[in-house]
Design a protein. Structure first.
Length: 103
């Protein structure tokens, strides 16, 4: 499910069962990331799926990438393997105005 930047931020703030998932490359993550994000690179393909399947399917996943494209695909993959709540950040990290941790 796609959420606007504001919806994503508001929902995340009030969600005690939330996991922030960054699906960008390690190089992109070095440019900064949303606090408490777990990074699993979507471009790893099968390894991405292997890592995702280790995650707790009962949690709510707030997924982002650079522009919102990869994270949308990642949410679809997650849904296909039984994740019920995967939320895509529309516009991705490029449009993010919340807190950022810089390396």
């Amino acid at each position: 499910m796609d959420l606007s930047q504001q919806e994503w931020q508001d929902q995340l703030k009030n969600d005690e069962n939330a996991v922030v998932l960054d699906v960008r490359t390690p190089e992109e993550v070095e440019e900064g990331y949303i606090p408490n994000a777990t990074n699993i690179d979507f471009y790893l393909g099968q390894e991405f799926l292997t890592e995702v399947e280790k995650l707790d399917k009962d949690k709510n996943y707030y997924v982002y990438c650079r522009s919102g494209n990869r994270s949308g695909q990642a949410c679809a993959v997650m849904n296909s393997v039984g994740f019920k709540n995967a939320y895509n950040l529309e516009g991705g990290f490029m449009k993010w105005e919340g807190d950022v941790i810089e390396e």
